[in-house]
Design a binder for this molecule. Structure first.
Ligand code: ADP
Ligand code: ZN
Ligand code: ZN
Length: 743
């Protein structure tokens, strides 16, 4: 019998977290075959080079292309059951092929960090204490000489369902006291596997509002398709009640015993989203985002993998969370670029989620007030159902958008007179103003009045941003920080001055103009600490009048019911971007920010400060709205053969040497171009707009084609060529399939 097993699969193919696009073969020692059943998705320890590594079995095999003598045996088996299910393994294999990324790196990316490091995939256990009969009956008086025992026993008596170790530490009770109480036969201890459910308080299950016609139609549509693969684009203006629609759909699927994955773009959003879900559902909800500790992430992963968690709310990496009864994937703010990973394994979580849903035969709901051009195209071409919500829910009105012509006007700290007058009136009505400027810090430039010197980063081709409060000069591209200087290093003059404005400066200046009003700044600098965003949001809700100043962080899904005026300081910021997606991004950002105005009963007003009030894009957006704007934009993309009509792949190379990256890509083009299908168009190599970043000189080459097939083949050839050619060089390359940044 053992002989049979052994000959069935004497080899395993293992994925290792190394930058090689291949699997590694190992022999399975007889001793292991006899005792364990090996399955794909289990972790194994294997020898690799001079050391050993943790890998994941991708396949069992009865043959190998390598010389059997050369193949090493695996060292040990790490799991009793797979940590990557068959479903997720297939997804990882698909992603590795589609994104031309090393399979080992993809599989390890799909695992929580602790599992990558070899932690057991098991719930941690913690102690729970219960009173014995004797412990329940005893009078606390009898322990008056041992106050710590008294406190502990009292707490356990008050918890008839047991007191967890976690709860005991929250209550600051002494574990040593518990030990003595156990010895006295007053308490009994029981180890239980960690289960978040035990600590949760019962939550309100609120009565949902009555849906309006549009919401009802959308909800019924999705429910009709809830047992099959179906992608619906829920395209609803800000505040139209999209969240309400997916809460309804979720309620039905949860009743049917399904798990639901809700993807959100930004961690700042999750506490708010979580609260809304907890108010609605009396079920287990877990979060998965980068602001959690490694252990918390593993706990969430285990709760999802065990089927325990019914709702999983997570950011990008949650696309890979195991969920055996997954019944629906919701992607909120589907246009958000944070769904695309911008380095390493450059996947798009939305696209991956759709692929996953297709394999599982379940629906996907994409929600946005400003759908991506990709999703709009899919909706126009009827691959996605297009569900529109064009009215605001409840009694809220769509805000009025007004352009403020800045030409020839005198400005006060960047504000037009009209903006200041409107702000004053808004604050007098005890309402809130939101000032939007997508530039953090005090000023983007520090300059010398005498010699014209400008503070620039030593490692990047960019200027350093002035952060006055932190007293620093900061590079927003490589994170280099220096102390703020007051003397010019070139001419020793002390006449240094700042050029331009960031959110920190606006905050300082508005506090002199509006002395009595609370001013709250929301950007990456003010929300660095873990609970900072939640605290700021709470403050916003506490005050009636207030000025909120923020970057794009403020644009994402927040609901501030008392904001009635939005001022967009610089509506022109994205108009002349060199990236073909610049216009799409600008329109999304402006529409989203504008959408923060008048979300409750009071009407909203939006002022766009611009030097180009007649620019076709600004005019179209103000008068006709995002959908119209996007459809015009798509026509232009089509006429220029740009994505989403053509598919694109970008190869990036970077090197410490000034010429090397360009030379490498030129050589690649010369070698490979004759072999590319004629449908494939090549552009480049060209240098990145910021050529040098973090000391690396960067070059790119772009290929595009109307069909995926020839593009995929060409990319495959490039990848192989680059892997060969970069072996000897200290030059890095990256393949970016469906890139969102093209420079
Ligand atoms: P969106 O997700 O489109 O921005 P939300 O679902 O957050 O919109 O809804 C905006 C506000 O309107 C929320 O406060 C929500 O509770 C409320 N709301 C949603 N649907 C209705 C409805 N049918 N009737 C009354 N209020 C509603
Ligand atoms: Zn100088
Ligand atoms: Zn830098």
């Amino acid at each position: 019998m053992s002989e049979v097993l052994l000959t069935l699969s004497p080899y395993i193919k293992v994925a290792l977290p190394v930058p090689m696009r291949t699997l590694f073969d190992y022999k399975v020692p007889k001793a292991i075959t006899l005792r364990h059943e090996l399955k794909p998705g289990m972790r194994v320890k294997v020898p690799f080079g001079k050391s050993s590594r943790l890998g994941v079995i991708v396949a069992l095999s009865d043959h190998s292309e390598w010389d059997p003598e050369q193949i090493k045996p695996l060292t040990s088996l790490h799991d009793k059951s797979p940590v990557i299910s068959a479903e997720l393994m297939a997804l990882c294999e698909w992603a590795a092929r589609y994104y031309h990324h090393p399979i080992g790196d993809v599989i390890f990316h799909a695992l929580p960090i602790l599992l990558r490091k070899g932690e057991n995939a098991e719930f941690r256990t913690e102690n729970w204490w219960f009173t014995t009969e004797k412990g329940q009956a005893i009078s606390l008086e009898q322990l008056s000489r041992a106050p710590r025992q008294q406190d502990f026993l009292k707490a356990v008596q008050q918890h008839p369902n047991g007191l967890s170790q976690h709860a005991a530490s929250v209550l600051d009770l002494a574990p040593s006291a518990a030990k003595i109480l156990e010895e006295k036969g007053l308490l009994r201890k029981e180890p239980r596997s960690f289960n978040k459910g035990g600590e949760r308080h019962a939550h309100v299950t609120q009565i949902p509002p009555t849906l309006n016609m549009e919401q009802m139609r959308a909800t019924e549509h999705i429910l009709d398709y809830r047992h099959q693969f179906h992608v619906a684009l829920l395209d609803g203006v800000t505040g139209s009640g999209k969240t309400e629609v997916f809460l309804r759909v979720m309620a039905r699927l949860i009743e049917e015993g399904k798990q639901i994955l809700v993807m959100v773009p930004e961690i700042g959003l999750t506490p708010q989203t979580l609260k809304r879900f907890e108010n609605r559902f009396n079920t287990d909800i877990v979060l998965m985002h980068s602001n959690m500790s490694d252990r918390e992430r593993l706990d969430a992963w285990l709760l999802a993998a065990s089927g325990h968690a019914k709702i999983i709310i997570g950011t990008r990496s949650a696309a890979f969370i195991p969920a055996p009864n997954l019944g629906l994937i919701v992607i909120d703010e589907e246009h958000d670029t944070s769904y695309k990973q911008h380095e390493g394994f450059r996947y798009h979580a939305r696209d991956l989620a759709i692929k996953r849903a297709q394999a599982l035969n379940i629906p996907v709901l994409l929600a946005s007030a400003t759908p991506s051009y990709e999703s709009l195209t899919n909706a126009l071409q009827k691959r996605f159902a297009w569900l529109k919500l064009r009215q605001r829910a409840g009694n809220a009105q769509i805000p009025k958008m007004e352009r403020v012509d800045l030409r020839g006007k005198s400005l006060v700290h960047g504000f037009s007179e009209q903006a200041l007058v409107n702000m004053k009136q808004c604050l007098e009505r005890k309402e809130q103003v939101l000032v939007f400027l997508n530039r953090r810090g005090y000023a983007p430039t520090l300059m010398c009045h005498q010699c014209g010197w400008i503070a620039a980063c030593d490692h990047c081709d960019v200027n350093l941003t002035v952060h006055k409060r932190a007293n620093k000069l900061h590079c927003h591209h490589c994170d280099t920080q220096k102390a703020l200087i007051h003397t010019c290093p070139e001419c020793q003059s002390e006449e240094l001055f700042t050029v331009g404005e960031g959110t920190e400066q606006i905050e300082t200046q508005l506090s002199t103009l509006f002395k009595e009003v609370p001013i709250l700044r929301i950007d990456r600098d003010s929300t660095q600490r873990k609970s900072a965003m939640a605290k700021l949001t709470q403050k916003i809700h506490e005050h009636d009048q207030a000025i909120l100043i923020g970057t794009q962080m403020l644009a994402k899904g927040h609901h501030f019911p008392n904001v009635t005026l939005v001022i967009i300081m610089d509506a022109d910021a994205g108009l002349f971007s060199s990236d073909f997606r610049g216009m799409e991004r600008t329109a999304q950002l402006i529409t989203q920010v504008a959408g923060r105005a008048g979300r409750a009963k009071k009407p909203g007003h939006v002022l766009l400060q611009t030097y180009h009030p007649d620019h076709a894009a600004i005019e179209c957006l103000c008068n006709l709205g995002y959908e119209h704007f996007a459809i015009d934009g798509l026509a232009e993309r089509k006429s220029l053969s740009l994505p989403p009509f053509y598919h694109q792949v970008i190869v990036r190379a970077e090197s410490g040497n000034e010429q090397e990256a360009m030379q490498l890509l030129s050589a690649m083009r010369n070698d490979l171009e004759p072999f590319f299908a004629k449908e494939v168009y090549l552009v480049g190599p060209y240098t990145a707009i910021i050529v040098r970043k973090a000391g690396q000189h960067r070059a790119l080459i772009s290929i595009k084609a109307a069909q995926r097939g020839p593009l995929h083949q060409a990319t495959q050839m490039m990848t192989e060529w680059l892997e060969q050619s970069t072996k000897q060089h200290r030059i890095r390359f990256a393949i970016d399939v469906d890139p969102l940044e093209t420079y």
